[in-house]
Every structure is written in C-alpha cells, then in structure tokens.
Design a protein around this ligand. Sequence first.
Ligand code: ACO
Length: 325
Amino acid sequence: MSVVRSQVAGVGAYLPSRVVPNAELAQKLDTSDEWIRERTGIRERRIAADGELTSDLAIAASQEALRAAGLLPSAIDLIVLATATPDETFPATATTVQARLGITRGAAFDIQAVCSGFVYALATADNFIKAGQAKNVLVIGAETFSRILDWNDRTTAVLFGDGAGALVLTAGKGEGTTKDRGVFSTHLFSDGRHHDLLYVDGGPSKTMTTGHLRMEGREVFRHAVANMADAIDLALKTNGLSASDIDWFVPHQANQRILDATARKVGVHPSRVISTVAQHANTSAASVPLALVAAVADGRIKREQLVLLEAMGGGFTWGSALIRW
Ligand code: ACO
C-alpha cells in the first residue's frame, strides 16, 4: 500500500560564537566546574551576543538545512518554529524567519512546548504533510534562553544555553512498513498540573514583563525520566519494534544523568545515545535538532537508520518521534 511519508531532506544548526565554560559562571555564582560537571555533565554553553535574536539563530540553522536539502527557500510551503524565547510577544518569530529567507507564500507559525517544542513541531509538520497540506516544511527549534535566566540563581543559570537547529521535511512515498524512509509515528503528551515545577514567572498578560525561569530541579528530574521512558516505550510498541532495533536515540539534552537514567530504564546501551549536553547545555527546543545535526555531521546517523527522538519540558509537555533517516 502506497503511503505519504515525511522524509528528512536536510538538517542544519547554528550556535552563537561565544563559549561560556563552567569556570566563567563560577566567577559570579556560588558554584564550581566540578559541581556542574558531576550533577549535569555540562562543561560549557553558547550564549547569544547582544542584539543576536532567536530569529537570527533560526535563520542561520535554516539556511544550512536548506543547503543540505538542495532546496531553495521558495520551495518551502510551511515553517513551524518551536521556541519559548520568541523575538517579540508577537508576531510569531517564524514569520520573521519566513520574511528574511525571502519566502512569500505558505504559512509560518510558532509552537510553544518549551523543551519538547521540537518534537511538537515535527509532529505538526508530519501531520500537515500527511494531510496533503504541505510538501516541504522547515521545522526549527531555536532559543535564546540566556534572556530568561535569573543569572543570580545558581540552581538554574548553570543549566541552559542558546542555539538553533533546523530540519527540512519533505513529502515522499513509502510502502506503509517500517522499511520506508520517513516519520513513522509521533506521540505528544502534556499535563498542566505540573506548572509550578517549571515555569517562567512573567508574561505579557500576567506581569507585562518577560520574567525568569523557575524550577524544582529534583522533581523535574524524576518526571523527566519516567515520561521520556514512557514516550519511548509507546513509540516502540506502536511500530512493533524493540529498543535493540533502534540505531540512535536522540533525547532532549537536559542533563547527562537524565539521559543515562532514561537509557537504563528502557534498556538502551549508552553508546547508542547521542549526547551534546557537555558542549551545549540545555538549549530547550533547539536541543534535539542540535544533537541530530552533530550526529549527522560526524557520520554516526546515516541514511536508512532508525532514529528515535524524545523530549520533555515545561508544562509538563513530553513526546517522541520515530524516523527512518
Ligand atoms: N552549584 C553548586 N551547588 C548547587 C548548584 C550549583 N549550580 N545548584 C544547586 N546546588 C546545591 C543545592 O542548593 C543543594 O544544596 P543543599 O543540599 O545545601 O540544599 C545541593 O546543591 C543539591 O541540590 P539538588 O537540587 O538536590 O541537586 P540535584 O542533584 O538534584 O541536581 C539539578 C540539581 C542539576 C537541577 C537536577 O535536579 C536536574 O538536572 N534536574 C532536572 C532539571 C532540568 O534539567 N530541567 C530542564 C528543563 S526540563 C527538562 O529539560 C527535562
């Protein structure tokens, strides 16, 4: 049976040039390189320059993804940009990206699911393609979390970084089996009861300010492992696969200990888990595509391989996506 499959045509990434190692944070905060590395695996993060916006990061990543896909911007008929740190309250940062890429047709909108944003954006793009409403979709995760951190709070300031990753999804054909190339399944979840464990204490309607990130780290950790493991299990079960069938697990890059604990729970060998948390820290919606791009660039992720994405973030939101590359 012939089916429409959303296939990955190209990926791209952008990281701000400024590298901030843990030692630099330890000069201003009561923390240490040793504490941050031991508790999180993070060694450094990138921080956007003054005046460098989420849209700037997104555009650079998108241009690289379009080049890799061999497509002109004019071929794109939908842009779905996941971010919790848009340039402005409105319009959607996706429309700024659209304009600056010179795209004058189709639609562009933002998705807000914090650290799960990229998986939400990918699921949205996949469904637009399967419904026949889009052919070539630019799926972006881009963040400038440095702008919403309380730089005096050592429990959160050390954990995050800025960056962007993008992927071009294009409509292709398959036989309806897991031998096809493309997205097989996406699963999205949220549970708004956990607002107080991870949120930003500001916003246009509530405070008329941007606010700062607040988090109960230990509780978030516990939920993250359980939720991501559930999302992985569901992706495998839906597709009649087991963990050993998956070539690469690409989790949201929050904390190396979360990555390790989740892999243990679902029975995945650490050598098959892509980790960029040491270099990027947690870049929220950008973390999954940045990890994907790193593994494609160094030759680990190859065409035809099975790749499982998973993420969890504020809301709570969480989800997974299974793709044959
Ligand atoms: N430097 C030094 N000490 C610190 C720091 C720091 N940067 N931050 C906290 N501490 C102290 C605490 O004050 C506490 O001190 P106390 O024992 O005197 O009270 C001690 O270290 C232990 O604190 P815990 O919070 O229990 O440390 P834990 O081992 O849980 O690690 C962490 C904290 C890293 C935040 C961890 O809980 C975590 O990663 N949670 C997940 C949060 C996360 O990644 N959120 C991102 C968004 S959601 C997502 O992406 C999944």
